[in-house]
Design a protein around this ligand. Structure first.
Ligand code: PMP
Length: 418
């Protein structure tokens, strides 16, 4: 008897994305965008109008942000503070930032997380014990799903944003939790990052009258973009007091790295003392913390940045819809454009957009979207202009017509680019 070599599975052609590696790496996958972050960047040496960064309110290259980052790096370096928060990695700036974040999202306390992905995974892992039941939306982000994979107890999935399905699962969860002496955690995204639709937070929180559960929202794309003050999707729905645990990342509107969790003091204290991703990992370096303080100050103090974002969002979504394009159910800045076609046709459309129209977007294919559909995803930002919008709508209109006329027909992704 002989077992296979562990590394046999690494023959890339076996994985969903891996099979495109040869033809697509550097172009569709791992493309290099160069130059200052903004709407105009360089791709393969040519200027492109770029719609693929989550720099929603334009903080990434804001002069005050760049200065704060540079000054903090000069003053503190990237090492300080050394050690995990609990041991030797605590500073008054970390505390100040988490309290300011908590105040902003109308929660009692906040706690910093080094990365969003690990953070939400670890929050879920920490909140759930073996007897507890997790109930989650079927379109949840990988970081949520991976957190749920760590859960040793029951996980019940409900159909994406389907309140009847959620109610059914809550009935099951209530029964199971009662038998086992556990509690129930419902998890949803605020803004679903791929398709831009909103977690149905009003209806979900209304179910609290009927069922006994706690609610965690991952508001990666909602913080800074949604709600009257940019405090997130729960502010948008007027249900901030009904969200028990709020998660936001610095990777999107805050244009940095790191994340935070916020909630009632007793919940955050529990997380502080039990969350393994923070207890056993080095504290967020000072420039990230000082930089995040500056970003938050600008996010709160300059609502015109968010207003500008929404001018661009509304203009491009209106323009694309009027051009007959299908944007699905988005209610947020995330702007998916769905086309009927196979991956090869979608890729040819994308190449035409990049090479001949100078427009850079990302492509999303099966299994993220159904077979026979491709999505080109547009992320508007406050740095874009109405002229950028006009150019893009005109280009998408032409590309859509070419797709329908069969100009991109192909069975295989070939990417024959000079
Ligand atoms: N949740 C959602 C919904 C996301 O889109 C992402 C990706 N940024 C994350 C969590 C992970 O956040 P981070 O990039 O900060 O690790």
């Amino acid at each position: 008897m002989k077992n296979i070599d562990l590394f046999d599975k690494m023959k890339m052609s076996n994985s969903d994305l891996g099979k495109y590696q040869k033809v697509a790496e550097g172009y569709l996958i791992f493309p290099k965008l160069e130059g200052e972050i903004g709407p105009i960047m360089k791709f393969r040496g040519k200027e492109v109008l770029n719609w693929s960064l989550n720099n929603y309110i334009g903080l990434a290259n804001h002069p005050e942000v760049r200065k704060a980052d540079a000054d903090a790096a000069k003053e503190w370096g990237l090492a300080y503070p050394m050690g995990a928060r609990m041991m030797s990695g605590q500073t008054k700036y970390h505390e100040e930032l988490e309290q300011k974040l908590a105040d902003f999202v109308k929660k009692e306390r906040g706690y910093l997380l080094n990365f969003g992905y690990q953070g939400i995974l670890s929050i879920i892992d920490t909140l759930l014990s073996r007897n507890d039941i997790a109930v989650y939306d079927s379109d949840s982000h990988a970081s949520i799903l991976d957190g749920l994979r760590l859960h040793m107890g029951k996980r019940l999935v409900y159909q994406h944003n389907d309140m009847e399905s959620l109610e059914k699962q809550l009935e099951r969860a209530t029964k199971l939790a009662t038998e086992r002496g556990g509690g129930i955690l419902v998890v949803t995204e605020g803004v679903f990052g791929m398709e831009g639709d909103l977690g149905n937070l009003k209806a979900i929180t209304d179910l609290k009258d009927k069922f006994n559960f706690r609610l965690l929202i991952d508001d990666a794309h909602g913080m800074g973009t949604m709600g009257a003050t940019g405090a997130g999707t729960d502010e948008h729905f007027g249900v901030q007091d009904k969200v028990d645990v709020y998660f936001g990342t610095f990777a999107k509107s805050m244009a940095g790295i790191g994340a935070f969790v916020a909630g009632k003091t007793e919940i955050v204290d529990f997380l502080k003392y039990n969350m393994r991703s923070q207890m056993f990992a080095k504290s967020l370096p000072m420039p990230m913390v000082i930089g995040a303080l500056k970003r938050l100050e600008l996010l709160i103090g300059h609502p015109e940045l968010r207003e500008k974002l929404w001018i661009i969002v509304n203009a491009i979504q209106k323009g694309l819809k009027e051009a007959g394009l299908n944007l699905g159910k988005t209610e947020s800045p995330v702007t998916p454009v769905f086309f009927e076609g196979n991956v090869a046709q979608g890729t040819n459309a994308l190449v035409d957009l990049r090479e001949n129209y100078g427009i850079f977007t990302s492509i999303v294919v099966y299994p993220v979207v159904p077979k026979g559909t491709v999505m080109l995803r547009i992320i508007p930002t406050a740095d874009h202009t109405l002229e950028h919008v006009e150019r893009t709508v005109a280009a998408f209109k032409e590309v859509s017509a070419k797709l329908k006329a069969g100009e991109y027909d192909a069975d295989e992704v070939t990417l024959d680019i000079k």
